[in-house]
Design a protein around this ligand. Structure first.
Ligand code: SF4
Length: 1001
């Protein structure tokens, strides 16, 4: 039972006050605090051990303000959390400088370098893992300090009396005391820890502990407060402000001892009241009632305590506690959403969603977002800053910095450039209109050329695209080159930087400004918080500012710190508030209704990750938090929650992912044994019925307003032949899948390079042929030798830049160089048949005239770029077209079998024959066409057939093809239905598959 506030006496020891943690707890607290003010005629100082109930206590104080208070105590009593109280210690400015988290991590790093014994430990860790381990080391060192430093309290108190000394001398004294204490404790602790891991940790502790540690500052702050109380008491002889300590959560044993001792001493100078929570009438389970025995184990209940628990359950049972079981995850989130909705409909304004199952809570939150701004959602579970768009944008820049000196991958580059915080016009110093579509164009070029990584590769791809655009009536875009050069400049600066903490920070800030990201992040809520986190890296005046490290180490430190940071959403006024919070945050807070998701046996209770270094036994020895303590605390928190709130929905998923049944938490089952009528309700989502029509094969009739292209490339015509529907989607609707780069190097840009080098080589051969004294005329062997050498050299030259961008291309070059002798043999054989290289890379085309259904005359241009034309030496009318294929012969043979569906060579042949002047072969007809493989199977010998494959029956095929293309284009212009049909081999790589829904019909 709750006790009324004690009568303040001057017995110079803390007075106990028991607070019942039920729905009236805040009112009881407030009344007691006012009572203290009235009794002592002083404004008491109230310190809460945790900050959660702060707002509630202040509000309750306001509501319970006694009438007719004398003016001296009319102000609201001061209520403050323990952490804030420490920060407000008198003379805190003189304390040793507080180390930031970052500085503490860096101190681990420095000690690792200094002490060989510690290094072995971190060897196996990646950079990110090492920083994570550093964090665990710091936590463990704090645990050790917490166990040891309380014994120093007396000395610290004394030291504070010499506070008047100059700060430096005083700090030296504090340091000395700490060193002595640690050295002494180290010997004692070493005896107790035998394993190597703990021994290394103790070594760390010895090296890392400093006067700037939070534990030391905490004790200094407590001593400073004590000092003030003492001097006040001595100066005024009486009437020192009363001090009320409210223990809102179970303390760790070490903290319990500390605060007990502290309050006892404080009571010598001021009235002290210690408020503890009394679980007598609230505990719903024996562990919540009994806590721990003297050995630190969970105490077992005696019969009287058992019956107390039983009567608590009966007395506190609310009719509106509901048990809701859902079978699947989605159903669980849906049921939680419905629960919250029903509370909102019932007019509840302040609702809690306890995220025992964090995933389900997140999903519920997403489902609730459709309620819009009428519901304010406050997520107290710690939304990670790293999950925000701003952090992802920033991360894309870090990935770019991390890239090797040759340059990033194209996906990393595009990821960065396409992030919404990158200000393209600002970066290039160009008007926004000039930048419209620039990134899309860059993406197109990189994808089309399969330029996958490296600055040189990107530049080459753009230069090629610009050159092509210039020679084909398009407009080259120089801004693309500027853009690549801009990012490359920023990237190179990192490669040349000798990284120390402050120069890396300065360069990063400079980057953010130059890319316009600083400005854009500043105007974004998460971005602003991200910039604040980055500010913590500004170590300009600190001891670690010149600390050198490798770039990957610094980057992963940066990433780890961002990963640790939480994002706080800005609150908005709304008709109702939903707080998403962990169970521990519900302590001494009031809600109109509570929904608890994740009440299954696996998630309730939930234990925090065990510390990396200490066993539970060692933790008990160090009087730190143990698994048992967490268990008892959660039993108490849940008891308090159920007892204080009438409307509590307890939800869980009754089937695990693997399909195994999941029972509710043991605590719920134990309550059910006492509350026989408290049954779980199986929730099922509302289902709607409807009839669907089976899907039919997709067919589309082009709308009369849909423009039909008047130019057709060989590949577009192939698409039309393969599947009209696919042509409809890609060429008429212009839909294109957002492409991604596949892993591994694709030879496309290398393929283009091969084409280019062959052209260069054959032009050189032509010139050489005209020189009468050239070694090329020294018989067949001399000619062969010359060709091999020059082709080798040409290849090295053309590939040089590509290799500078991506070293993996070297493999492609070497493969090609192996092909050269056999390729030259094929060329010589061809020359022996009378064929001579004539020209390469020529755009050729022909025009088809047809009338559309409206009788309008349409000229359709069929055009493409032919790889090479040869002419016959002895037949003045004969010419040949050649298409190089960077593929195996087998594929070429397959292609030849279906030439009418992929009539690229026939298109070139007709185009060159019809317009011989444009093809630079005036007076000749293309009578021969062949594919030449650049990846022949060399182990199949030197036979010509391993490299070239000629089109057979050219004249018949040409006639058939001409008739076919006329008919196809007439059908297209007649806007006849375009059906989806194609063999699976075509559909397998079709981008339109998601639209035609092949597989559904
Ligand atoms: S998936 Fe097959 S049927 Fe469908 S559009 Fe593509 S090629 Fe045609």
């Amino acid at each position: 039972m709750s006790q009324s506030f004690p009568t303040i006496s001057d017995q110079k020891q803390p007075q106990a006050w028991a607070i019942t943690p039920n729905s009236q707890a805040l009112a009881q607290l407030a009344k007691g605090i006012w009572d203290c003010a009235v009794q002592t005629n002083q404004r008491p100082l109230v310190v809460l051990s945790t900050a959660g109930p702060l707002v509630g206590v202040r509000a309750a104080l306001e509501q319970n303000r006694p009438k007719d208070l004398p003016s001296s105590i009319a102000f609201l009593p001061q209520v403050i959390s323990f952490t804030d109280w420490l920060e407000a210690a008198p003379g805190a400015w003189k304390f040793p400088k507080k180390q930031t988290d970052l500085e503490r991590w860096l101190s681990v790093f420095v000690n690792l370098r200094k002490h060989k014994t510690l290094q072995a430990w971190f060897k196996a860790e990646s950079e990110a893992g090492a920083w994570g381990l550093a964090q665990a080391v710091i936590d463990a060192c704090d645990t050790l300090s917490e166990a040891v430093i309380p014994q120093l309290q007396g000395e610290l108190n004394e030291l504070l009396q010499t506070h008047a000394l100059d700060t430096e001398t005083w700090l030296k004294k504090v340091e000395l005391v700490l060193d002595q204490a640690i050295a002494k404790a180290y010997v004692g602790l070493s005896r107790n820890v035998v394993d190597e891991e703990s021994a290394v940790l103790l070594t760390f502790w010895r090296y890392l502990s400093s006067v700037g540690d939070p534990v030391i500052r905490k004790h200094l702050a407590m001593a400073a407060h004590m000092q003030l109380a003492k001097s006040n008491a001595e100066n005024q002889h009486s009437n020192v402000r009363p001090f009320i300590w409210v223990q809102t959560a179970d303390p760790k044993p070490v903290d319990q001892e500390l605060i007990d001792r502290y309050l006892n001493e404080y009571a010598q100078y001021a009235p002290v009241v210690r408020g503890d929570l009394d679980w007598g009438s609230v505990a719903l389970w024996s562990e919540a009632l009994c806590g721990f025995d003297a050995d630190g184990h969970i105490a077992s209940a005696n019969p009287a305590e058992d019956s107390q628990v039983s009567s608590n359950i009966q007395a506190n049972r609310h009719d509106d506690w509901r048990l809701l079981a859902a079978r699947r995850f989605e159903e669980l989130a849906w049921a939680a959403t419905k629960s919250i909705e029903s509370h909102l409909i019932a007019g509840k304004k302040n609702i809690a969603l306890v995220a025992q199952d964090r995933l389900a809570a997140r999903r519920t939150r997403a489902l609730l977002s459709r309620l819009g701004s009428a519901l304010r959602i406050r997520d107290e579970t710690g939304w990670k800053l790293s999950t925000t768009r701003a952090a992802a944008a920033f991360d894309s820049w870090l990935e770019l910095i991390r890239a090797p000196k040759e340059g990033p991958s194209a996906s990393a580059l595009l990821e960065f450039l396409q992030n919404p915080h990158f200000d393209l016009p600002y970066s290039l110093n160009k008007p926004p209109e000039a930048c419209i579509g620039l990134l899309a164009q860059l993406e197109d070029i990189l994808i089309a050329s399969q330029a996958k990584s490296g600055w040189e590769t990107f530049l080459m791809a753009i230069e090629r695209a610009n050159k092509y655009a210039a020679s084909n009536g398009g407009s080259p875009n120089e801004h693309l080159i500027d853009l690549i050069k801009f990012v490359r400049r920023l990237h190179i600066a990192w490669q040349h930087l000798s990284v120390d903490c402050s120069s890396a920070y300065d360069l990063l800030q400079k980057n953010l400004k130059e890319t316009g990201m600083a400005g854009r992040l500043e105007s974004d809520a998460a971005g602003k918080q991200l910039l604040e986190v980055l500010d913590s890296f500004n170590l300009n005046s600190g001891v670690y500012s010149n600390l050198k490290m490798r770039l990957p180490e610094w980057l992963s430190l940066l990433k780890t710190v961002i990963e640790e940071a939480t994002y706080e959403e800005a609150g908005k006024e709304a008709q109702a508030t939903l707080s998403i919070l962990p169970l521990s945050s519900t302590r001494l807070r009031q809600f109109d209704a509570v929904v608890l998701v994740g009440c299954d046996e696996q998630q309730l209770p939930a234990f925090s990750e065990p510390p990396l270094f200490f066993s539970d036994t060692l933790n008990r020895y160090l009087k730190s938090s143990t698994v048992a303590a967490q268990y008892v605390q959660q039993a108490r928190d849940l008891s308090q929650l159920l007892v204080s709130c009438e409307q509590v929905d307890l939800l869980w998923q009754s089937k695990s992912k693997s399909g195994e049944p999941l029972r509710p938490s043991a605590w719920i089952q134990r309550l059910q044994t006492q509350l026989k009528d408290w049954k779980a309700i199986e929730v099922k989502p509302e289902t709607y019925e409807g009839k669907s029509q089976p899907l039919q094969m997709s067919v589309s009739v082009p709308d009369k307003d849909l423009a039909i292209p008047v130019t057709v490339s060989p590949s577009a015509y192939k698409a039309l032949r393969d599947c009209p529907y696919r042509y409809y989607v890609s060429s008429l609707l212009g839909l294109r899948k957002a492409k991604e780069f596949e892993e591994g190097f694709d030879a496309s840009l290398a393929g283009q390079t091969l084409h280019a080098l062959l052209k260069t080589f054959f032009q050189a051969l032509k010139t050489e042929d005209e020189k009468s004294h050239s070694p090329i005329h020294d018989g067949a062997d001399g000619r062969r030798q010359w060709m091999i050498e020059h082709l080798m050299k040409c290849s090295e030259n053309e590939f040089e830049r590509l290799i500078a961008g991506d070293a993996r291309v070297l493999g492609t070059l070497r493969d090609w160089q192996k092909q050269i002798p056999s390729f030259v043999d094929w060329q010589i054989q061809r020359e022996n048949e009378g064929w001579r290289y004539h020209d390469a890379e020529l755009t050729v085309g022909f025009t088809l005239s047809l009338s559309d259904p409206d009788g309008v005359q349409r000229d359709i241009r069929i055009a493409g770029r032919a790889d090479r034309f040869d002419i016959h030496q002895s037949d003045g009318n004969a010419a040949a077209v050649i298409d190089y294929k960077n593929q195996k012969m087998k594929k070429i043979v397959d292609r030849a079998e279906n030439i009418l569906d992929d009539p690229q060579l026939l298109i070139y042949a007709r185009a060159a024959s019809e317009n011989a002047v444009a093809a630079h072969i005036p007076g000749r007809i293309v009578s021969q066409a062949e594919w030449v493989s650049l990846r022949a199977d060399l182990d199949k010998g030197g036979d010509k057939s391993i490299r070239a494959y000629a089109v057979e029956n050219m004249p018949e095929l040409m006639a058939e093809f001409s008739e076919q293309i006329t008919q196809d284009l007439n059908t297209l212009w007649a806007r006849k239905p375009m059906q989806a049909f194609a063999p699976d081999s075509v559909c397998q790589y079709c981008e339109a598959r998601g639209i035609c829904r092949k597989g559904m019909w």
